[in-house]
Design a protein around this ligand. Structure first.
Ligand code: BJ2
Ligand code: ZN
Length: 647
């Protein structure tokens, strides 16, 4: 979590805090974008920023601390502390905004000073009148709470209940409640990944949505209204527009659509191949050869990554498995071991190690004595010392990758720690998401897994290569449409193009259109399926992950070149390359002090300042050729007349 802490996420982008220095406001219009005043004194403005920075760090620290306390112990008391602290923080931000916007900063000579004031001149949700801000904060905290503490009953109990529903007495229903203790992490996640029982999967899939998203729907509707009120007070048409501002681009929407068009053939080929394998497993009465894939069969609650189906869909079975989870378990690996492995990779590149407070305060295992927000996250406490990860780590390869993902955030925080607080952000949010993932692309190579004793033997032949690329595609290619549609949906809600009466229907239209998946049980407007995904109640923008999944391959290619790698991109492991580390560090150190296009230019050695799908396409090319050959006599794509139920 950045400066904003946990759920007032927007401030992650627009870190707005300030000192009491500077002239007071004279009727500046809060509902205009990038407000400025008439004080032309640049030296005074500069001075203001210096004092501001110190207080901002302190205020931010206290705010993040109260967020952390709540997220790692979901009690009513911690919630109240957090809510109080948030109001104090908002007061501070308002004061800072007033002072900052008294300057005629748009005329200042120094571009960095101008940029700092530009960031400061967007107030964020603190622009709301106190009563509304309180309501927004309360809704946010309570949605997070509902999502994070929701539980479901086991399928076995369900079978008993439906079989014997006639004979159920009161005793049974109380024992039912006692047994209804399955949580998303680790229980439900494991079932989704491991079970191959169509009905059990459908049950768990629905039960999770009943106990999470459905309960959040009403609160989310109000949340949207209040968020939009805030966005309008900041001069934006709606909250979606305000979110997109962090990409500082007039062509962002078109660029995304163009990237997606280039990536669609990759996705369609993977989709068609996996669909065929699923038909063999579950039968053609369950899945049509030209239809969408039932969303509960892909090994993940949201069908956002498909690593769970690797075992029975692998192109060339019988080779050493690339999911090293069994080796990890066999070696009695602990969460701490996983964090050490990850840190060692960062330091092998000459990057920074995790500082002592990180090891002291991080929560890396699920506590048994209290409820916490288990969804993994990384935290910057804004004081240059305190950085933490919170993760209910499961001993799996997937979680090992997530550890790298989260540590990538911490590495970014460490690298830009010397920037002014307003520049302690990613070049854009997608950059922040890409750091750990880039390293994980090297870590996942069979050669590297062997080097760290997680694979005994590697299949160094063309079939082994296809298996490997396929396993990565199940993580990366499968994710793309999900990463794209989450915010297509939210932008539609915020702009009002999607009305509240059709929120869930629209969700399933997008799921069908982009992912080609369908729900195993009928969905209606009684349900609220987007709310069953963390980032909706957690209010974290999502397009950053789509951006990341594209640009991390640009970064991978650039770092591999810096490391002197020769041969196909997918074989590259940048481990121990100080040259790669140096280049990465150069980009990370910039924080958000320059527009991301400049950071991209540095990363790619001047080759481009844009998002570019070519490297991800190059990386997967051998697999795509192979999939095309496999699919040549089969339908690509999908059709369905009703997105709200599988055909
Ligand atoms: C597992 C990961 C997020 C992340 C957490 C929760 C929301 C923001 C943070 C930020 C970091 C920052 C996650 C991983 C890939 C796809 C996506 C998913 N958790 N966040 N404070 N992922 O990005 O690490 O830690 O500084 O902005 O949600 O859907 O699982
Ligand atoms: Zn992340």
């Amino acid at each position: 979590m950045g400066t904003t802490g946990f759920w007032i996420v927007l401030l992650c982008t627009f870190t707005i805090t300030s000192t009491s220095l500077g002239a007071s406001s004279n009727n500046r219009d809060i509902s205009a974008k990038y407000v400025s005043g008439d004080n032309p004194d640049e030296a005074e403005g500069f001075e203001f920023l210096q004092t501001y920075d110190k207080r901002a760090s302190q205020e931010c620290y206290l705010s993040v601390l109260s967020n952390w306390a709540y997220a790692t112990n979901l009690t009513e008391e911690n919630k109240q502390n957090l809510l109080e602290r948030s109001l104090v923080y908002a007061e501070f931000q308002k004061e800072a905004w007033k002072n900052a916007t008294s300057f005629a900063w748009k005329q200042f000579k120094n571009p960095s000073t101008r940029r700092l004031f530009k960031f400061l001149s967007i107030l964020g949700t603190a622009a709301l009148p106190t009563e509304k801000l309180k309501e927004l904060n309360e809704i946010s905290a309570s949605m997070e709470d509902t999502y994070s503490t929701s539980k479901i009953c086991p399928y076995s109990l369900q079978v008993v209940i439906t079989d014997e529903s006639e004979n159920l007495d009161d005793d049974k229903s109380s024992s039912e409640e006692e047994n209804c203790t399955l949580s998303l992490e680790p229980d439900i996640t494991r079932i989704l990944k491991k079970s191959q029982n169509y009905d059990e999967l459908a049950y768990v899939w629905k039960a999770w949505r009943d106990s999470s998203g459905k309960k959040i729907r009403k609160r989310y509707e109000r949340f949207v209204e209040l968020s939009n009120d805030a966005a309008r007070l900041n001069g934006f048409a709606d909250m979606g527009e305000m979110w997109r501002e962090s990409y500082e681009s007039d062509t962002f929407l078109e660029d995304l659509e163009n990237l997606w068009k280039q990536l669609l053939p990759l996705y369609e080929n993977l989709h068609a191949y996996v669909r065929r394998k699923l038909i063999s497993k579950y039968g053609n009465d369950k899945i049509r050869p030209d239809g969408p894939i039932p969303a509960h069969l892909l090994g993940n609650m949201w069908a956002q990554d498909w690593a769970g189906v690797q075992e029975f869909t692998e192109p060339y079975p019988g080779k050493p498995s690339l999911d090293v989870t069994p080796q990890m378990v066999e070696q009695n690996m602990t969460a701490l071991d996983m964090f050490n492995i990850s840190e060692e990779f960062f330091s092998s590149l000459g990057l920074k190690e995790m500082p002592p407070p990180f090891w002291e305060h991080s929560v890396i295992e699920k506590p048994t004595d209290r409820e916490i927000v288990c969804h993994a996250s990384a935290w910057d406490f804004c004081n240059g010392k305190d950085y933490r990860i919170k993760q209910c780590t499961d001993i799996t390869m997937q979680d090992l990758i997530t550890v790298h993902h989260e540590m990538g955030h911490i590495e970014y925080y460490l690298q830009y720690a010397d920037q002014p607080s307003l520049f302690r952000e990613g070049a854009n949010p997608g950059f922040h998401e890409a750091v750990g993932d880039v390293l994980a692309l090297s870590v996942s190579t069979p050669k590297h897994l062997k080097a760290i004793s997680l694979l005994n033997e590697i299949a160094d032949d063309p079939e082994g290569d296809i298996n490997y690329l396929y396993s990565i595609a199940l993580d990366k290619i499968s994710f793309l449409p999900f990463g794209y549609l989450m915010d297509l949906w939210r932008w539609g809600i915020f702009s009002g193009n999607t009305s509240v009466e059709e929120m869930n229907t629209k969700w399933w239209e997008l799921r069908l259109k982009y992912q080609g998946v369908c729900p195993p049980v009928k969905r209606t407007e009684e349900d609220f399926d987007p709310g069953a995904k963390y980032h909706i109640p957690g209010n974290t923008p999502y397009i950053r992950y789509f951006v990341s999944f594209v640009i991390q391959f640009q970064f991978h290619k650039a770092l591999c070149e810096a490391a002197g790698h020769e041969g196909p991109l997918y074989k590259c492991d940048i481990y121990q390359s100080k040259e790669a580390g140096k280049l990465l560090s150069q980009v990370l150190q910039l924080g958000s002090s320059k527009p991301w296009t400049e950071a991209m230019k540095i990363m790619t050695g001047g080759k481009t300042n844009k998002m570019d799908a070519a490297p991800i396409i190059e990386y997967f090319d051998p697999l795509i050729q192979w999939l095309k050959e496999q699919n040549k006599n089969y339908t690509l794509g999908w059709t369905s007349n009703d997105p709200t139920i599988c055909p």
